[in-house]
Design a protein around this ligand. Structure first.
Ligand code: SAM
Length: 211
């Protein structure tokens, strides 16, 4: 089983729908982003442990989020929770060389490992920042898209304020442990449209405006 089989499975199950997301998954080998002891399971559609009690998200969740974020070429995207760097790598392929992903991670060992994984995978348009992403990252704002990869009580004003008009935020909203909601927030004419897309279980967002 290889990366191609993983991608075919996600297409068959209807989770990868667009050519852009298909291209991204085909051009990023998940093997670069899993720890050595997990390599044999790199192409399984399941979350895997990384370090410090954290996880690399399941490919089906990355696919759902990549489609629902409606990312386009040239966009600037903020990711909250770098982890292995896999999800950022997928989004970076969609935004392409004219676009950029800024990703914030709070665990120093993951910052180093995520950066190294991205480098090994040949990804050059992801900037990994060490810090508390619960407040977003105002130094690179505004963003066209923002997404969380950890569960938080809500999406605070300070993060919403870092999004461009007509932008989209994918939030993982709910309790620190247990079932959370994947919510899409769309900013339109200074107002917010909010829609729950599915239910999910992510690690908690730990920080000033998280848990
Ligand atoms: N996107 C990742 C991937 O593809 O491997 C998976 C991320 S993992 C589910 C969630 C990550 O969020 C963890 O690496 C965790 O350390 C990080 N995290 C938790 N709280 C955070 C915070 N306040 N700021 C930045 N990162 C945070």
């Amino acid at each position: 089983m290889g990366n191609d089989d993983l991608v075919k499975g996600l297409i068959r199950s209807g989770l990868i729908r667009s050519d852009a997301v298909k291209m991204a998954f085909s051009s990023v080998d998940r093997r670069y982003f899993v720890p050595p002891e997990q390599k044999k399971d790199a192409y399984l559609d399941t979350p895997l442990p990384t370090m410090d009690g954290q996880t690399i998200s399941a490919p089906h969740m990355v696919a759902i989020m990549a489609e629902e974020l409606r990312v386009e070429s040239g966009m600037k995207v903020l990711e909250i929770g770098t982890g292995s760097g896999y999800h950022a790598a997928i989004v970076s392929r969609i935004v392409g060389p004219e676009g950029r992903v800024v990703s914030v991670e709070r665990v120093p060992s993951l910052v180093e490992w995520g950066r190294a994984n991205l480098r090994r995978a040949g990804i050059e348009n992801v900037m990994v920042i060490k810090g508390d992403g619960s407040k977003g990252y105002h130094l690179e704002a505004p963003y066209d898209r923002i997404y969380y990869t950890a569960g938080s009580p809500d999406v605070p004003e300070t993060v919403r304020g870092q999004l461009n008009e007509d932008g989209i935020i994918l939030g993982v909203v709910g309790p620190a442990r247990g079932t959370q909601r994947l919510v899409r927030y769309t900013k339109k004419g200074g107002r917010w449209e909010e829609r729950t897309l599915t239910y999910c279980v992510f690690v908690p967002l730990i920080g000033e405006l998280g848990y």
